[in-house]
Write a protein that binds this ligand. Structure first.
Ligand code: CFN
Ligand code: HCA
Length: 541
């Protein structure tokens, strides 16, 4: 069935119609009917504050720092300085897996460490309580490192968490203690939290262990968080190819992996949004170049392996990569052949974080499914546009001024897309540029690209377009399903995964096939089915 009397431009207008004029103007710049053509990528407004009152899908800076970046490192004790809710709700909800099976390996991830601030701590200050918590964690576990994360009230009352960290580090002598000013309200979204976390890991930990790492073709895998075991599948494939992953930021990671990252030959960047600046800093400080990869989708996995092999230029590695692809692809193709008659022509919408709304389109394309609308919660313009990056950009590492850092880093990246002559001139002047894929140029014409989608617009999109599957997070899960549309969580993968690499692609094909072909959704009555006047204007045939 196809919507016949509405164009994407009409849909955009309909979504904006109910807003007050000022809100409509702002949202209009974040909703794009895609008309990307060759070098002409249209501009979208991104990484701007959500309008108060709108029910955003976004998370906070604390979530980005503690939950996303540091959460998956198993041998650092992560203490949340704040009321217990912040620690509790970021405790194991992201499904980042780890493998601590090696003898003697430490794993603090199952614990939830928090200072559990109370009213009196807010009134009289929480530094003493924090100091006691650090001491307690040290006495109990003797970890290599303790990290402290500020929540909103800590910033408001002005506890000096950095001073406490310095004092305890000096006191212990054998345990690195560092703190993150990642109060939830800082910045625009969780993206600011990634930046705060990564800057500190870079300045406090990277480069600490200078011992050579064994193995050939050494890479860092940046921006892979081992959700649902994705990182395990990628590591299986890399190992099979003879590529040595010495450090993942930060899925299945350890303190020592960060400390040794400067010993790699190449950084491969999976999620650009959460870590591009670390790739740049590794290049500037240690001379390690980086390339963009994507292990979501079987074809993208093959392409990424070839890209890594091409970088090393070793005939043995190139041959081995081809062998691995040839070995893995038949199982993938067999499942595609099976599901394709049932999935071909179906439609999807993806509104997820800062990279998956883009990466997962490859998996849907492999199943013959079209993405009609997509967008990020908090990505920046470079993720949408795939613009050139100038390696070696200077980032101010003072994490207290994160808004300025994020804006400065963006300004350096969003020089308007250059013509080839302009590029040649700049390259002759010694500047190097990188191109990577962007969501906008990769999507079809007349699709909708929407930044920071909200509850109201999500329902409107579903009402008008009725996709076969909607992908987002837990806050969207049930409101979408109540509209009779299957909803797949692409953050936590619901209870599934891995979806990365070859075996992950097979898992995904099976799950989506089951989801979009289940009759159960037709038993749900959406509001517009009970009140037909709501959708009377949309004609389907
Ligand atoms: S694992 Fe990553 S892939 S790190 Fe980032 S931008 Fe979040 S936690 Mo949720 S699923 Fe999501 Fe990405 Fe990178 Fe995850 S799309 S929102 S902050 N994300
Ligand atoms: C976060 C983490 C999150 C939330 C997912 C969701 C994740 O942003 O705090 O909304 O379902 O992947 O766990 O993105």
């Amino acid at each position: 069935k196809k919507l016949v009397n509405w164009t994407p431009t009409d849909i955009k207008a309909d979504m904006l119609a109910k807003y007050p004029p000022k809100v409509a103007r702002k949202r209009a710049s974040q909703i794009l009917v895609n008309e990307a053509l060759g070098n002409e990528t249209p501009e979208i407004s991104a990484n701007v504050r959500t309008i108060p009152g709108i029910i955003t899908m976004r998370g906070c800076t604390y979530a980005g720092c503690k939950g996303v970046i540091l959460g998956p490192t198993r041998d650092i004790v992560n203490i949340t300085h704040g009321p217990i809710g912040c620690g509790f709700y970021s405790w194991m909800t992201r499904r980042n897996q780890t493998d601590a099976s090696a003898e003697g390996a430490e794993n603090f991830m199952p614990y939830c460490f928090s200072t559990d601030m109370q009213d009196q701590d807010i009134i009289f200050g929480g530094e003493k309580k924090l100091q006691a918590a650090i001491q307690e964690a040290y006495d109990l576990f003797h970890p290599k490192a303790i990290a402290i994360f500020a929540t909103c009230p800590v910033g408001l009352i002005g506890d000096d968490i950095h001073a406490v960290a310095r004092k305890m580090k000096a006191k212990f002598g054998d345990c690195n203690v560092f703190a993150f000013s990642c109060e939830g309200y800082k910045g625009v979204s969780q993206s600011a939290g990634h930046h705060i976390a990564n800057n500190k890991i870079f300045s406090e930990v990277v480069g600490e262990n200078d011992a050579e790492k064994p193995g050939e073709f050494k890479i860092n895998l940046l921006g892979e968080y081992n959700i649902g075991g994705d990182g395990f599948e990628i590591d299986r494939i890399l190992k099979k190819c003879g590529i040595t992953n010495i450090s993942t930021f930060s899925g299945n990671s350890t303190y020592d992996q960060f400390a040794s990252a400067h010993k790699a030959d190449l950084s491969a960047v999976m999620c650009h949004r959460s870590i591009n600046y670390v790739a740049d800093m590794l290049e500037t400080k240690f001379g390690i170049p980086w390339i963009k990869v994507n292990f979501i989708g079987a074809k993208s996995t093959a392409k990424s392996l070839r890209k890594i092999a091409e970088y090393f230029g070793d005939p043995g590695l190139t041959a081995r990569v081809e062998e691995v692809i040839a070995e893995e692809m038949p199982a993938v193709e067999a499942v595609i052949d099976d599901v394709l008659p049932r999935t071909k022509g179906k439609t999807a919408m993806l509104f997820v974080g800062g990279s998956r709304a883009h990466h997962y389109q490859d998996l849907f394309a492999e199943m013959g499914m079209k993405t009609l609308a997509a967008g990020y919660e908090f990505a920046h313009r470079d993720d949408y546009e795939g613009r050139q990056v100038i390696p070696g950009l200077k980032v101010d590492a003072d994490s207290r001024n994160i808004e300025e850092i994020e804006v400065k880093a963006d300004e350096q990246r969003y020089a308007p897309r250059k013509t080839s002559e302009e590029m040649a001139k700049l390259e002759a002047a010694g500047l190097k540029f990188k191109e990577y894929d962007g969501l906008i140029p990769d999507m079809d014409h007349q699709t909708l690209v929407i930044d920071d989608l909200n509850q109201y617009e999500a329902e409107k999109l579903v009402e008008i377009i009725k996709p076969d599957v909607f992908c987002a997070g837990i806050k969207e899960k049930f409101s979408i399903q109540k509209l009779g549309i299957p909803m797949k969580q692409l953050h936590s993968y619901d209870s599934g995964g891995p979806y990365a690499g070859f075996q992950g692609a097979v898992n995904f094909y099976h799950e989506i096939d089951r989801l979009v072909n289940s009759k159960v959704w037709s038993y749900m009555k959406a509001p517009w089915q009970e009140n037909p006047e709501l959708s009377a204007t949309y004609v389907w045939e």
